[in-house]
Ligand binder design. Structure first.
Ligand SMILES: Cc1ncc(COP(=O)(O)O)c(C=O)c1O
Length: 409
């Protein structure tokens, strides 16, 4: 296997307490943080408890700016374009809410794989007469750039894309969509929740105005942290619906929203979590996102093939084989996916299970009530994959034998 990180992984796993406790394939839900990330969080909490919480804010603010520096490097931008929020959905909602000014006939074009939380936000615009329209997919199930181009007219005010959907391995053509958006001068929002830390993510190349993602997934940051990028030239278009003394400081005459992305931050945050985030981002950047991506590919390709050989297991990923992410969606004959997840958890194996709510347009279009989801990260090993496959084969046989014995009394 072409794996530039092979030697690093032993060290990384030893430095991650969760790796000794569970076989974790739920990195798309949230990954396992390193001990150093936990230490950074605890150190800030301890400083707050011993020096005084506000007094410890000086060091906390320094670490927050370190996190911003690494986040900017991750995305290929400047620190001023980065805000931190508590979740990916909060980031998206704030940016969308700040667009404002929706009117009758305005059109929002979305990919079929759009994250449910983003769709929930967009429904607010419907009250003003705007419409949400789904861009058709190509034969591989990805958002069709040609179909998008045909839909463009002067009423299109926003293109929203979930780059890597939550319900499988599809990688949408985010950059090609960005080219269309730029050419027509249309606002372009990317949900990069499953992309951050999994594959290279350069906001200049993507051509987006807004990009966001939680840090708890492939970046291995703490829960409750997320990144929001705003293209500097787009900043003035966004009027935050909520302001405070940080996002709109008093200048002696008025409260004026800041010119940088921190117009979306709040004055009170968990500096401990941001200290942890600084460490997680630094670790990911020092390892190199391209290397992480290569390793995820090297692990997930053969896993997909082996899963396809299990009787009764159906892969549910969209996208072209060989060009998919580390998220692998499947169903197993005879098993409710939530029950399957529970049974595997009893053997110390974590995976995800999603119903329709997270990706409602796509799940309904494919008539899929739910999927089980294996999310491979660079932390996983070939041995863990073997254990997972063995467990799935056993469970597949268990149900097939039960159904054979009940149908042949
Ligand atoms: C594509 C995508 N967007 C958004 C989210 C949710 O982010 P958050 O829970 O931080 O709001 C997820 C997964 O949890 C996701 O897969």
């Amino acid at each position: 296997m072409n794996d530039p990180l092979a030697e690093e992984i032993v060290r990384l796993r030893a430095a991650t307490p969760g790796c000794a406790q569970v076989i974790h394939f739920n990195h798309a839900g949230a990954s396992l943080p390193s001990q150093a990330t936990l230490d950074a969080i605890n150190a800030q909490l301890l400083r707050e408890a011993t020096s005084g919480p506000m007094e410890a804010g000086v060091e906390g603010a320094r670490l927050q700016e370190q996190a911003r520096h690494w986040a900017a490097r991750l995305l290929g931008t400047d620190s001023a374009a980065i805000a931190f929020t508590s979740s990916g959905s909060a980031a998206w909602g704030m940016a969308f809410g700040a667009l404002g000014g929706w009117g009758a006939g305005d059109r929002i074009l979305v990919g079929r794989h759009e994250w449910g939380g983003n769709l929930a936000c967009m429904t607010q615009a419907l009250q003003s007469g705007a419409r949400i329209e789904v861009i058709p997919c190509d034969e591989s199930g990805a958002v069709s750039v040609t179909a998008l181009e045909r839909m463009i007219d002067s009423h299109v005010k926003l293109i929203a894309l979930t780059w890597l959907p939550a319900n499988g391995g599809l990688i949408n053509p985010a950059q090609a969509i960005g080219e269309v958006a730029r050419r027509h001068g249309i606002a372009y929002f990317i949900d990069a929740g499953q992309a951050l830390g999994q594959l290279p993510c350069d906001v200049q190349a993507l051509g987006c105005d807004v990009l966001k993602g939680a840090a708890r997934k492939f970046l291995r940051g703490p829960r409750g942290t997320a990144l929001l990028y705003i293209r500097p030239e787009f900043m003035a278009r966004l009027k935050p619906t909520q302001l405070d003394v940080l996002s709109a400081p008093w200048d002696g005459h008025a409260f004026t929203p800041r010119n940088d992305a921190r117009r979306f931050e709040t004055s009170e945050v968990s500096l401990a979590l941001l200290a942890g985030l600084a460490n997680a981002l630094k670790e990911a950047m020092e390892l190199g996102i391209e290397g992480i991506y290569q390793r995820i590919q090297a692990l997930s390709l053969p896993l997909r093939q082996a899963l396809g050989q299990i009787n009764g297991l159906e892969l549910r990923d969209l996208g072209l084989p060989g060009q998919q992410s580390g998220l692998i969606a499947f169903t197993l004959e005879g098993w409710d996916v939530f029950e399957l997840k529970q049974r595997l958890a009893e053997s110390g194996i974590n995976l995800g299970a999603n119903g329709t709510a997270y990706t409602p347009l796509d799940m309904r279009a494919r008539d899929l009530p739910a999927i089980a989801r294996i999310a491979v990260s660079h932390l996983n090993t070939a041995e863990e994959i073997d254990t997972l496959l063995k467990a799935l084969r056993t469970l597949a046989n268990e149900r097939r034998q039960t159904s054979t014995s009940t149908s042949n009394p």
